[in-house]
Design a protein around this ligand. Structure first.
Ligand code: SAH
Length: 396
């Protein structure tokens, strides 16, 4: 089948030569006919050199996402199956007796733009977030089921980014009797995951290793878990013998799940206090009440989805970190995260440094956090490197 040809403006092939997988609308000089959404197109430099085969997305600013840079490679079911199999195989060993979940496909970083698949026990939760992934949905999902021998698939393509691709949100069971509630085992702890109504695909698997590290610091400590969601860090801290945990989130549904997760792991509920509140306001109240903690986790939602939001998000990150540093006892530790693609690790460190300065708190970085290994970041796709964190100690 002849593919429609997309020709770039002169000089705009540079990012493709570095194997970056996105072609922006502004880089395109000419498109042959009008390819359908998700159709495979052939991208050529202005001088006619073949650059890539890519999925066309007629309304998105990211007008094409590369499937392959290899001119010999056809984009068909066999090609996609192989990519899915490679992704799944790369995670072998990440599931074990203490962990029954992991991210199996991490979109662009696995060479499958817009396709995300998380596994919770034997249930797969998928997101198809770009026109190309949507066009190949049946092939991708069948390949995933074959590679994992899982029969249950739930779709959560209800992320905002689908709108940018001109796609309607889509969510619900796709295959098998995908239960709405699954039990994830992470670092030996049990978490109920609400795959139907939870945030994203239901759980933030990218924090697995960081939860273990933070849990190991909790022994005998008074802990504050701000933006606790379903209690990932709260349970890790309790498993690490925290003396007390104050957990805050503004989602009632998340707090209900978090309470259930504390109970499911057999922790005494008296060690935890829950607050259904806005973290920014609640930390101010805690400061005014002269509260203090030995260990604070700050894991806010994505405040800057893209670099354009970085400035406003920077103020919010600074505000919340400043308050947390003030609530930290001398010698105490702050595990502070940003999952904003628009805020680099370097910028995040500057923001936290600025917060310490304004809080008049003397502090040092004693560790750094990134995503767990299943959330791999392709070196040609720095946009995938969204999760960063610092472990900061307040000097005594
Ligand atoms: N730490 C969690 C993930 C946090 S996700 C874990 O380990 O799983 C971000 C959370 O922040 C969500 O649960 C969301 O409900 C909550 N949230 C967003 N804005 C908030 C605000 N202003 N105050 C309190 N919680 C907020």
């Amino acid at each position: 089948m002849k593919l429609h040809r997309v020709t770039l403006r002169a000089g705009r092939e540079k990012s493709l030569l570095r194997r970056h997988p996105w072609v922006f609308s502004g880089a395109i000089a000419h498109v042959e006919a009008s390819p359908a959404a998700g159709a495979t197109v052939e991208v050529h430099a202005a001088d006619g050199t073949f650059m890539a085969r890519a999925a066309w997305s007629p309304v998105s600013n990211i007008r094409a996402r590369v499937w392959s840079f290899d001119p010999r490679e056809a984009i068909d079911a066999a090609f996609l199956r192989t990519r899915v199999e490679i992704s799944v195989r790369a995670r072998e060993g990440l599931r074990d007796a203490r962990n029954n979940g992991c991210r199996l496909v991490n979109a662009e970083s696995d060479g499958l733009p817009g396709f995300i698949a998380d596994r919770y026990d034997d249930v797969l939760v998928v997101q198809l977030l770009a026109a190309g992934a949507e066009a190949w949905r049946d092939v991708l999902i069948a390949a995933l089921c074959d590679a994992t021998a899982c029969a249950s698939v739930y779709e959560r393509s209800d992320a905002d980014t689908r709108q940018l691709e001109g796609l309607e949100p889509r969510a619900g069971p796709l295959r098998g009797d995908a239960p709405a509630r699954v039990t994830l085992l992470e670092n030996g702890l049990r978490y109920g995951v609400d795959v139907a109504r939870g945030q994203k695909t239901g759980f933030f698997l990218d924090q697995r290793d960081n939860r273990a590290r933070v849990g190991a610091l909790a022994d005998g400590r008074d802990v504050l878990d701000a933006f606790c969601y379903s209690g990932g860090f709260t349970c890790a801290a309790l498993a690490g013998d925290a003396r007390s945990v104050l957990a805050i989130d503004s989602s009632t549904a998340a707090l209900d799940l978090a309470r259930a997760n504390v109970a499911a792991n057999g922790f005494e509920s008296s060690r935890v206090e829950w607050r259904d509140a806005d973290v920014f306001a609640e930390l101010r109240r805690l400061r005014d009440a002269a509260a203090s903690f030995d260990l604070i986790v700050l894991d806010p939602p994505k405040l800057a989805p893209t670099a354009q939001h970085a400035e406003k998000a920077g103020r919010a990150y600074k505000d919340v970190n400043l308050l947390a540093l003030k609530l930290l006892r001398p010698g105490g530790r702050l595990a502070t995260f940003s999952c904003s693609g628009g805020v680099s690790a370097e910028l995040f460190q500057k923001i936290v440094a600025g917060a310490a300065l304004d809080a008049r708190v003397d502090a040092a970085i004693i560790g750094r956090f990134g995503p767990s290994a299943d959330h791999l970041v392709a070196l040609n796709f720095p946009e995938g490197d969204y999760l960063k964190g610092l472990l900061v100690r307040r000097n005594a």
